[in-house]
Design a protein around this ligand. Structure first.
Ligand SMILES: [Fe+2]
Length: 303
């Protein structure tokens, strides 16, 4: 077991301008399924969202969880939050994008013809397209059959500044047990593909320019969540001798679509916001009537 006592990456979280737009975009472009919508969530006490989630000020939050080609994605829509006054371009330090590797990039692009997506053909270093969906989600579609035997592969990608990149790769491989399995280049950046025995892969890239990171409530704010069988034990392990700072203590959600979920956010020494989570897939209230379900990390672990 790795130092953080985690199984692998459970999901990526991304803050968007509008849940309905983002849900439409991901359904349309990638055939994503909606698992559940949670909220609106309000501060249960003053300052809770600032402390626990890293938002700017008091606001209201709705979360939509989607299964996007087997990748679990949480979309955050903050209402009433102060936002940073600029919009970062894909590939800048502090941004997040989705990377789709497929043998047929044109099939994805053809679905966007009637949409207001910005599509840019790319030849180098990998042929494909760089897309900004109307909701503001950035998507790189690249020609290539992934090495995992699947027809296509979706990867969450985080762009870090020049000071944090090496530390991030060292920590994600050392402390969190991921392994370097390949190289990635998109949106003018390059870096490495990391994956574990279970859970989702993540691409870590050298972002352009040392831009300040977004707050969780800013457009493009994001986090990477690791599944732990015991969130409290993982947190204790990370607090001893490392520079991870938790945003308060773990909490268990007691009602709503994901009652039973235990979670806590962490600030990492390389800037990326992380989460430790134990989502009891197979026992979650939303599952009974859901059009789509999350991809459970435990399926591979306990099969
Ligand atoms: Fe999350």
């Amino acid at each position: 077991m790795n130092h953080a006592r985690v199984r692998g990456i459970d999901h990526f979280g991304l803050t968007v301008r509008s849940l309905s737009e983002a849900i439409h975009d991901l359904r349309n472009a990638l055939g994503a399924g909606l698992c559940y919508i949670e909220g609106p969530i309000q501060d249960p006490e003053p300052g809770w969202m600032v402390r626990k989630l890293g938002s700017r000020g008091t606001c209201s939050l709705q979360v939509a969880a989607m299964n996007v080609l087997e990748t679990n994605l949480e979309l955050f829509d903050y209402a009433g939050a102060e936002r940073r006054p600029w919009t970062a371009m894909a590939g800048e330090a502090g941004t997040f994008f989705l990377l789709l590797r497929t043998s047929r990039p044109e099939r994805v692009i053809s679905r966007l013809f009637t949409e207001n997506a910005v599509v840019r053909p790319v030849e180098n270093p990998v042929p494909g397209y760089e897309v900004t969906l109307p909701s503001g989600i950035h998507l790189a579609v690249q020609q290539g059959v992934p090495g995992n035997g699947e027809a296509e592969q979706l990867v969450g990608a985080v762009c870090l500044n020049r000071y944090d990149y090496q530390g991030a790769v060292a920590e994600l491989t050392g402390t969190f047990g991921l392994q370097q399995v390949g190289a990635v280049a998109a949106f003018g950046t390059s870096g490495v593909l990391l994956a574990g025995a279970h859970g989702l892969p993540v691409a870590v890239l050298h972002g352009h320019s040392p831009a300040p990171r977004p707050a969780n409530s800013d457009l493009g704010g994001h986090h990477v969540a690791f599944h732990s069988d015991d969130v409290d034990a993982s947190l204790d392990a990370l607090r001893s001798g490392t520079r991870y700072v938790s945003r308060g203590e773990p909490e268990t959600i007691t009602d709503g679509p994901i009652a039973g979920d235990r979670w806590v956010y962490l600030n990492s020494p390389f800037g990326l916001q992380l989460e430790l989570i134990n989502m009891p897939d197979g026992q979650l209230p939303y599952e009974a009537g859901a059009a789509a379900r999350r991809t459970p990390i435990a399926a591979g672990v306990f099969a």
